[in-house]
Design a protein around this ligand. Structure first.
Ligand SMILES: [Zn+2]
Length: 120
């Protein structure tokens, strides 16, 4: 390998690492955004149930089926929120290999992707 090939390879590795790291940060940001949306949806759904219940009691409207549908939605949204929180926790408990940019467990002393020794 010539000197310039080496320089090109190093630059390429650094670029790949930066892209990978950026992708992983983006993934975390996307998950947080999705969580925020799901939590907002949950609040709106609870509010919707409240309005439907109010009109059932105050105006005698038959809203039980609509309420029941929204309750099913709440169960689904809660499951989605739990899943998103688990994914976020999983990403946060990992460190990023300084050489290859892989997500590896916090307690690792060596990267399980490229074998680089991890300091501290
Ligand atoms: Zn690595």
């Amino acid at each position: 390998m010539t000197f310039w090939d080496d320089v090109a390879k190093t630059a390429n590795d650094a670029a790949n690492y930066t892209v990978k790291k950026a992708n992983e940060i983006t993934t975390l940001a996307k998950l947080r955004y999705k969580l925020h949306i799901a939590e907002t949806k949950l609040e709106c759904t609870y509010e919707g149930i409240g309005r439907l219940y109010y009109s059932a009691v105050m105006d005698g409207d038959d809203t039980m089926e609509a309420i029941s549908d929204l309750m099913t939605d709440i169960t689904e949204i809660n499951a989605e929120i739990t899943g998103l929180k688990e994914q976020i926790a999983e990403l946060k408990n990992k460190q990023i290999c300084p050489k290859c940019g892989a997500f590896i467990p916090e307690s690792s002393f060596y990267c399980n992707n490229c074998g680089t020794k991890i300091d501290g």
